[in-house]
Design a protein. Sequence first.
Length: 82
Amino acid sequence: MTYETGMLARSKAGHDSGAVYVIIDCDETYVFLADGRIRTLNRLKKKKKKHVQIICRKYDVAALDDAGIRRTLKEWNKEEEI
């Protein structure tokens, strides 16, 4: 499974279990996540890849700020409710 910048990921473990984030960066072991609220671009969440579930949806996050990330997650949430 490939982890790419801009994909959405759901946390499977930890106190934030079930939370949805946007992948901002990744390396061999970890993904770095942001949600625009608590986990901003200046304070990314570092999580092991085995602790996140990829949501097969990719967004262009290169130009997004924290508000843009919040908007992206909100739009995805509305689509999920349908």
